[in-house]
Design a protein around this ligand. Structure first.
Ligand SMILES: Cc1ncc(COP(=O)(O)O)c(C=O)c1O
Length: 469
């Protein structure tokens, strides 16, 4: 076959096609063979090339036709903005923590633990068993699989002191991740235009969910020991708020853990104000030097709405969490859940329950504690050695993050960009503040891939900060 003559035929046919109307029939192969003085195979090859380019269409037994060329028209969706009107709040773009980066990058930005920290063997076996069970084909109740409700209730119940009624399984509502629980709580219990007290800094996703529900955020300053009780009391009195969102254990991003006395004080303030505490226990399974005792365990009067997630400790693919609440608050959250998702996949609930009830789960959690400690210490040492400009107020006793204060006046965006150019991904602290940031902060997550590269990541961060100093 002659490639040159095939290309020649393609070029000539292109010229012809450009003058023809869509749908025009081309001369037969035999006629083209005669016209181009080429073999039938060469002509067929040229026609196939043009068909592959979308210029011709061959209809077997009928002939070859010029195709209508679709020209890309610029899209104009302006009418949609007119129809939808101005939004009450512009939708926020996804957090930098949710960015996917290449495997070669040193990633301190993400919030989700690397695969080596997950109970992979337990998860795979649980999914296989769940796929063979009834759960694969049936619809669970709106509040969740009764056995999983019982497990979540037992977990909180084990921390409940004598004289306090432990939660019952019916107080538990299973969620497809705690993020959606936050949305339901804010929509169902706070409502549009109403104030929500929130630690500052705090989890960006809670602020996103609250803003989306039209809730007004009221920042309460929070340090390494938690919120200042006097500030909290003043904020309740000033705003008339009935709800306070907080993370008493290994807060994201600061890593703060409240002392038992601070927990008691905050619970007392909440009670005095006839209010609710939303206790987000996202890092319950990530204790390093301590084991979290939820505030919710000390409350049987319905003041604490407790969130517990298995997303990061079991698997981000089995995204199961729960909210534990009592009384009308529980009923309203359940109504909200019914409206939003109706129920959580029974397959995923069965798999989550299987993982956390295997003897191997406790062994996994013990190993995880050691791995997190080693990773945290490696990064702390790297930062102290290579990036002394970054001040670490306190080494967190659990969780997944270091919260670093950079020198005043540091341009966070430029630091992030320069680090990224050198292959290191960090998260600027700005996203964690409900109002103006209290200073230039960076959050470094130590649960990402390849901890062996942490010292190198710290060295690059130090170099970048040196250039900005
Ligand atoms: C404090 C906090 N709460 C809730 C969530 C959301 O958890 P889930 O993945 O279970 O929706 C996160 C995730 O990063 C978090 O950091």
């Amino acid at each position: 076959m002659d490639n040159d003559s095939s290309s020649r035929i393609v070029a000539r046919l292109r010229e012809i096609i450009s003058t023809q109307a869509p749908g025009s029939k081309l001369p037969s192969t035999r006629a083209l063979v005669a016209e181009f003085q080429a073999s039938p195979v060469t002509v067929q090859k040229a026609l196939a090339t043009l068909a592959a380019q979308g210029l011709l269409e061959s209809r077997p037994g009928v002939g070859t036709f010029v195709r209508a060329v679709r020209k890309a028209r610029p899209s104009d969706y302006g009418w949609q903005s007119a129809a939808l009107g101005s939004p009450s709040a512009l939708p926020s773009s996804a957090s930098t923590t949710m960015r996917s980066v290449s495997n070669e990058a040193i990633s301190f930005h993400s919030g989700y633990p690397d695969r080596e920290l997950l109970p992979e063997r337990l998860v795979r076996a649980a999914l296989a068993r769940a796929s063979r069970s009834d759960a694969a084909l049936s619809r669970p109740p709106v509040a969740g699989m009764p056995e999983l409700q019982s497990w979540f209730a037992r977990e909180l119940g084990t921390a409940t002191p004598a004289g306090i009624n432990p939660p019952s399984p019916s107080d538990v509502i299973v969620l497809p991740g705690s993020q959606s629980g936050l949305s339901s709580i804010f929509s169902g219990l706070v409502g549009r235009g109403q104030p929500l007290l929130i630690e500052s800094p705090s989890y960006w996703g809670a602020m996103l969910a609250a803003r989306n529900a039209g809730v007004v955020l009221v920042p309460v300053p929070s340090g390494p020991d938690g919120p200042d009780p006097e500030e909290l009391s003043r904020a309740f009195a000033r705003t008339g708020a009935r709800m306070f969102y907080a993370q008493p254990h290994y807060a994201n991003p600061t890593g703060a853990q409240w002392s038992p006395a601070r927990c008691e004080e905050v619970l007392e303030i909440v009670r005095r104000n006839g209010a609710f505490l939303i206790e987000d226990d996202w890092a319950h399974d990530f204790g390093i030097e301590s084991t979290p005792v939820p505030i919710a365990a000390r409350d049987d009067a319905g003041h604490v709405i407790y969130l517990r997630s298995l997303t990061k400790s079991v698997s981000p693919a089995i995204r199961v969490a729960a909210v534990i609440a009592r009384g009308p608050a529980r009923d309203r959250i359940l109504a909200q859940r019914g409206a939003e998702t109706m129920y959580v996949s029974g397959l995923l609930q069965a798999a989550a329950l299987d993982v956390v009830t295997q003897p191997g789960w406790q062994t996994h959690l013990r190993g995880l504690r050691q791995q997190l400690q080693a990773r945290r210490d490696l990064l702390v040492t790297g930062i102290r050695e290579h990036a002394p400009q970054a001040h670490l107020n306190r080494i967190p006793r659990g969780g997944l993050n270091l919260w670093l204060r950079l020198p005043d006046g540091t341009d966070l965006d430029r630091v992030s960009e320069d680090c990224e150019r050198a292959g290191v991904f960090v998260a600027a602290g700005t996203e964690w503040f409900p109002a103006e940031p209290a200073g230039p902060y960076l959050r470094l997550n130590f649960s990402g891939p390849n901890p062996g590269a942490f010292p190198e990541g710290a060295r690059i961060l130090g170099q970048v900060l040196g250039q900005h100093g």
